[in-house]
Design a binder for this molecule. Structure first.
Ligand SMILES: Cc1cc2nc3c(=O)[nH]c(=O)nc-3n(C[C@H](O)[C@H](O)[C@H](O)COP(=O)(O)OP(=O)(O)OC[C@H]3O[C@@H](n4cnc5c(N)ncnc54)[C@H](O)[C@@H]3O)c2cc1C
Length: 470
C-alpha cells in the first residue's frame, strides 16, 4: 500500500493500512486525498489559531467550499457533489483528524441545515440557499432551547404565528454553532396554533434576521465552533418554511438527527484517530538515552496504542456501517421522500448507538494517548491537549450520552413507545407508588387539589394530550 503523504513527506501518523478503505469508492478516496492536502497546506495550522483566539473557522470552510464540499450530498443537478452518507462520514472524520475539529463541527451543522432543506426542497429554497453553497455560504442548525437544555426536540420558549404572507417566528437558543457567522439558520419552533410540543415546524432564517452574541462564547474545546446564543423575532415569508406546517418531528427523525448523528460521530472518531496519530509521531521520535529505548519501545505504550486503534476502528466501522444502512434505504441518497414517508428514520436507534459509542471512545482514547505521551503531551505545542479538549464535547452535546444510553435501554426493555420525547405518557406505577405512601387525610387533600385543578383546566380549555393514565 502506498504511503499517505503529508506535503512532500510520508504521513507521520497511522498508516493507510489502518483505514477501512473497502467502504469507500475510488472517488471518495480522491475526495479524502483532497481534504488531507488542504489540511496539510492550511487547515491544520489555522486550527491552532482558531483555538487560541476563538476565531470562527471561515477560512477553512471557504477552502472546503472551493472544492465543492459545502454541497457534498446535494445532487449534481443543483451544483453539488451528489455524494452519500458514507462520503459524509468520511469527510467529517477526515477534517477532524487531519485538520480542525471546530471546522468539522461547523461543517456538520452546515450539512445538517443543507439536508434539512433538501428533505423538502422547493425551487425557491434551492435557488436561494443550495445553488450558492460553494461560493462559501454557510448554514447551521439552531434547535436547542434554553428552557429544555439538551432536549433539543422540545423548543418550549420558541414559537411561530401565522401572519400575512408568512409567519412571525420567535427562536431563542443558548447554543448555535456558527451563531453570528452563518449566512442562514435552520430553526425549529412549535407550529402556529400548536396543541402540544410534538407539533413542530422548521424555518430557514437569513443572517440579517438573526441576532447573535458571539462575543459571549468561550469554552473548553471546539473553541472555533462559536456555539453562542441566537435570538430571532420577526417575519419569515411563507417561502421559507421547510416542509408543511407541523413537519418538524418528521424532519428531525428523517433528516436532522440522522445527518447530525453520522456527522458528529465521525468527528469524534476523527479526533480519536488524530490523537493516535500524534502519539505515534511523538513516541517513535522521543528517546530515553539512559536505557537506549524510544517511548514506543515500551510494551505499555504499545498496549495503549493497540487497544485505542482497535476500539476506534470498531467505532469507525460501526459508524460507516450505519451510514451504509442509510445509503441503502435511500437508494444511495437519491430517494425523494414526501411528508409521511420515512427511510433513515427507521435506523434512528442505530444512529443513537453510533454517537454514544464514538463520543465515549474519543474521551477514553485522548486520555490514554495523553498518558502515552507523558508530560510532553500535556503541553500545548504537541496539539494533543487540543484534541482532548475538543473530544470532550462529544459526550455533552445533545443528544447527550446520558440521554442516548437511556433511550436505548428503555426502548429495549419497555418498547419505543415508552420514550415519551414530549412528556405525554403518564407513569402510573410511579403515581400509585407515591399515592400509597399517603394516609387517608393526605389522599383526600390530594384528591381535592386535583379536582380543583381539573375544574380550572376545563374552564381555561387547557391543552394536555393525555386523556387517562394507563
Ligand atoms: C460544542 C457544542 C456545540 C453545540 N452546537 C449546537 C448547535 O449548533 N445547535 C444546537 O441546537 N445546539 C447545539 N449545542 C447544544 C447541545 O445540543 C445541548 O443542547 C447542550 O449541550 C445542552 O447543555 P445543557 O447545559 O443545557 O445540558 P442539560 O440538558 O442541562 O444536561 C445536564 C446533564 O443532565 C443530563 N440529562 C439531561 N436530560 C436527561 C435525561 N432525560 N435523562 C438523564 N440525564 C439527562 C445530561 O446528559 C447532562 O449530564 C451545542 C453544544 C456544544 C457543547
Amino acid at each position: 500500500m502506498a504511503d499517505r503523504m503529508w506535503g512532500a513527506e510520508p504521513y507521520w501518523g497511522l498508516g493507510p493500512e489502518w483505514d477501512p478503505d473497502w467502504v469507500l469508492t475510488d472517488r471518495q478516496k480522491e475526495l479524502r486525498a483532497t481534504i488531507i492536502e488542504l489540511c496539510e497546506r492550511e487547515m491544520r495550522a489555522n486550527a491552532k489559531r482558531f483555538d487560541d483566539t476563538l476565531e470562527y473557522p471561515r477560512r477553512n470552510l471557504e477552502l472546503l467550499g472551493e472544492h465543492g464540499f459545502l454541497a457534498l450530498t446535494v445532487p449534481e443537478e443543483y451544483g453539488g457533489l451528489g455524494e452519500n452518507h458514507v462520503a459524509y462520514a468520511m469527510v467529517c472524520e477526515t477534517i477532524a483528524r487531519y485538520g480542525c475539529a471546530s471546522t468539522a463541527m461547523c461543517y456538520v451543522m452546515h450539512m445538517g441545515a443543507v439536508n434539512a432543506i433538501m428533505l423538502r426542497p422547493t425551487e425557491f429554497l434551492i435557488d436561494k440557499y443550495i445553488r450558492p453553497l460553494n461560493s462559501g455560504k454557510i448554514g447551521t442548525l439552531s434547535y436547542s432551547d434554553p428552557e429544555t437544555g439538551s432536549h433539543f426536540w422540545y423548543p418550549i420558549s420558541s414559537g411561530a404565528e401565522r401572519t400575512d404572507g408568512g409567519f412571525n417566528v420567535r427562536k431563542k437558543a443558548s447554543w448555535t454553532t456558527s451563531a453570528g457567522f452563518a449566512d442562514f439558520y435552520v430553526v425549529q419552533t412549535t407550529s402556529p396554533d400548536f396543541s402540544w410540543y410534538d407539533d413542530l415546524s422548521v424555518f430557514v432564517v437569513d443572517k440579517e434576521d438573526a441576532q447573535a452574541r458571539p462575543e459571549l462564547w468561550d469554552a473548553l474545546g471546539l473553541r472555533g465552533n462559536q456555539s453562542g446564543s441566537l435570538n430571532i423575532a420577526g417575519f419569515v415569508p411563507e417561502s421559507q418554511i421547510i416542509g408543511p406546517v407541523g413537519d418538524g418531528a418528521a424532519s428531525n427523525d428523517e433528516s436532522v438527527d440522522p445527518w447530525f448523528l453520522i456527522g458528529s460521530s465521525s468527528v469524534w472518531n476523527g479526533i480519536a484517530l488524530g490523537a493516535i496519530d500524534i502519539t505515534k509521531r511523538h513516541t517513535t521520535r522521543k528517546k530515553h538515552v539512559d536505557v537506549g529505548l524510544r517511548v514506543c519501545d515500551y510494551p505499555t505504550i504499545q498496549d495503549y496504542v493497540g487497544e485505542c486503534v482497535m476500539d476506534t476502528n470498531a467505532k469507525r466501522l460501526f459508524t460507516y456501517s450505519v451510514a451504509q444502512g442509510c445509503d441503502r434505504v435511500t437508494d444511495n441518497n437519491t430517494r425523494a421522500l414526501g411528508p409521511g414517508e420515512f427511510a433513515r428514520a427507521d435506523l434512528l436507534h442505530w444512529l443513537w448507538q453510533i454517537k454514544f459509542e464514538a463520543a465515549k471512545n474519543v474521551a477514553n482514547v485522548c486520555d490514554k494517548m495523553l498518558h502515552a505521551c507523558g508530560g510532553s503531551g500535556y503541553k500545548r505545542d504537541m496539539e494533543l491537549e487540543r484534541y482532548l479538549r475538543d473530544g470532550k464535547a462529544g459526550w455533552v452535546m445533545g443528544p447527550t450520552n446520558e440521554v442516548l444510553r437511556q433511550f436505548v435501554g428503555k426502548a429495549v426493555l419497555l418498547g419505543f413507545e415508552s420514550l415519551d420525547y414530549w412528556n405525554q405518557a403518564v407513569n402510573q406505577r410511579a403515581i400509585d407508588n407515591e399515592v400509597k405512601k399517603l394516609d387517608a387525610k393526605a389522599k383526600r387533600a390530594l384528591a381535592e387539589r386535583l379536582l380543583t385543578e381539573a375544574d380550572d383546566d376545563e374552564a381555561k380549555g387547557a391543552k394536555g394530550t393525555v386523556k387517562s393514565a394507563s
